[in-house]
Design a protein around this ligand. Sequence first.
Ligand SMILES: Nc1ncnc2c1ncn2[C@@H]1O[C@H](COP(=O)(O)OP(=O)(O)O)[C@@H](O)[C@H]1O
Ligand SMILES: [Mg+2]
Length: 501
Amino acid sequence: MPEELGTVISTEETPTTCEFVFLVKNRRVRKGQFVQAQADDGLLLGMVTEITRANRYFERAESVAEYERASPISEHFPTADWEFTVAQVRIFGTFKGKILVRNTFPPAPGLRVVEADLPLLKEFLKFHDDGLEIGKLENHDLPAKLDMDGLFQKHLAILAMSGSGKSYLMCVLLEELLSRKPEQGRLAAVIIDNHGEYAGFKQSEFGQQTRVFEGKKMRISLRKVSPQMLAEWMPQMSGVQLRELAKILKEMQKAANEKHEAFGLSDLSLRIEASEMKDNIKGPLLAWISELRGLGLLGKADFPKADEAVSPGRLAVFDLSDIDSLRKKQIIVSYFGKKFFRMRKKGAIPPFVLIVEEAHNFAREKAMAEAAISKHIIETIAREGRKFGASLCLISQRPVQLSTTALSQCNTNIILRVTNPYDIKHIGESCEGIDSAMLNSITTLRVGEALIVGEAVGCPVFVKVRAKRSRATTKGASLSSLARQFEEQSAKKKNDVEAFL
Ligand SMILES: Nc1ncnc2c1ncn2[C@@H]1O[C@H](COP(=O)(O)OP(=O)(O)O)[C@@H](O)[C@H]1O
Ligand SMILES: [Mg+2]
């Protein structure tokens, strides 16, 4: 028998079809706890939304002040006997057999309220035995195992201020993805890692399944670059310049494809120099080519190749921490994003999830053309990806700056601690199913506590994110340990020099 928590009471406004209040008889009752009560129509399921304590003896400030002048009021009266606690419950519905239907008749005052049965709760919250275990449901002894399809198919956004545990949660999700067996269906994961936080997966037990690609070694094959891409990468290029460049590039690509040969930017500039173009076009074009060369990105072949990066049950880390230029990072995301999406549509690569850390830098709501290079592909995958098995996971501490087109397509949101009122307001507006009480709770979340809303769960739930099982996050060292490291290294260098002399 489940433990009794209390008894439904009759107040001026409740019970109604949506709400009831119960007298708390058990100190285990908590805000956010799921409860049930057996009504005539079926089993009611609800959640405690608020708890209030009251005591007659302490209602009037002047009497309390008067009595307490001499000694505590509890010495004069049996105050403890008059204390009571009531809990408000929001009703989700009534179970008719296994199906939860809208509740259409109020529960009777006097009903016994008990904690919700775990199997029932699991079903209601859409937790799944085969799911991704991200932690534990708050207030209940129930692992939060989210269904992979529910979480990723219609895209996921992880939003919170920095330091609240977004990357940590992503590591947990990756561990779960990488632990799946082929018969459970395995996604390929590609992560855009701006701070080199995920390279640690290489040293973990998932090392075999992980490949880390350093940003400075990544390459885009000039043979595969289209004029539209050039226009996107260099929006200031004039129409005439672009036309001339496209003409030459196409000729060279055609010849290269016929001869199965590659060519580089130096071949392209030689060709432009030798052409009969007018000098007032040739000059600027050569300047553009030299700017492109400065990025150090275009080469004779793509690196990584699509099948090296996107493979079932494996993780590819695009470690962009060694690149300073945002433009270069955006070009990488745009080029590879487009390529993977195109190949996925043809079925040439497996279903994948593209995870973008610092997503507001790659799909900014209000961006100038030169800073909006990767926004287009992110919005495209957000809109069309789910039909083709191309998912997106956007991680950001600046939801206000994130493309609303992309964010509104993320059907599941995981929200960790946020305190900035603008961000909270924005999250409230962009996330369906969040009420103002939940918004308020977001400010009080501690590191590692998360609110999950949307497709992946039956109703918004608070979850305590579990501890990581592997080692990852290598670059998040504390200030003091960095300082210690620096001094140790300097001392060592000095010793070495002295030994040498
Ligand atoms: N669920 C958790 N359990 C234990 N420690 C956590 C948890 N989530 C975050 N942390 C710790 O909090 C710090 C910040 O987390 P991080 O994921 O880097 O934040 P963010 O990516 O949001 O900036 C890290 O030191 C991390 O180890
Ligand atoms: Mg982070």
